[in-house]
Design a protein. Structure first.
Length: 192
């Protein structure tokens, strides 16, 4: 079964190709969450690199799959494996939940996130909102043992830092996806 994609590219929905992309993007999620996420937190005591690890990967997933489910699978599978490798990193569950929210909110642009400037603006807002959600969830559920913890701290400071991380991920992902578009990588990905 073929369906039309932007610029006349048809994508054949073969499960094998989709599974390969889920595996590649899940591996990217895992590697980034096991490397730059903890490194950024260790160096700066800030969660922004964790958000870059999550939303760079989710933005690539929306661009590659162009339909609901891809980004959710990447977030869930990537988080599950990350948790297996670092059992103490329970905050990754907040990123898994925000990945599902991100994927659901991308239905607002029918997962054509980069087709028009207006869609890019909407997906940028979705990214920041999803990152805020991750921060609010992580701060209010997984960080309650901190001596300075309060719900207002979780919903303002901590969630705000995550929103900033979502914004940073946009500054990284949008030029990368733009370069991939200009190189016609979409034609290679979606040959059918």
């Amino acid at each position: 079964m073929n369906t039309k994609r932007e610029k006349g590219v048809s994508k054949r929905y073969s499960g094998t190709v989709d599974l390969i992309f889920v595996g590649i993007l899940s591996a990217l999620w895992i590697v980034l969450h096991l490397t730059i996420g903890p490194l950024g937190f260790a160096l700066f005591r800030l969660p922004v690199f964790c958000d870059v690890a999550a939303y760079l990967t989710l933005l690539l997933a929306v661009w590659i799959f162009g339909r609901f489910g891809g980004a959710s699978l990447v977030g869930i599978i990537g988080s599950a494996v990350t948790l297996l490798l670092r059992p103490e990193a329970l905050q990754i569950l907040g990123f898994a939940a925000s990945g599902v929210l991100f994927d659901a909110l991308c239905l607002a642009v029918r997962h054509e996130a980069f087709a028009k400037v207006a869609n890019i603006v909407v997906v940028s807002v979705i990214t920041i909102v999803s990152a805020y959600f991750a921060g609010a969830l992580i701060g209010s559920v997984f960080m309650t043992t901190l001596p300075y913890w309060s719900l207002s701290w979780a919903l303002t400071y901590w969630a705000g830092l995550h929103a900033l991380g979502g914004l940073l991920s946009l500054f990284i992902a949008l030029p990368v996806i733009g370069a991939l578009e200009r190189a016609n990588v979409r034609l290679l990905l979606h040959r059918g």
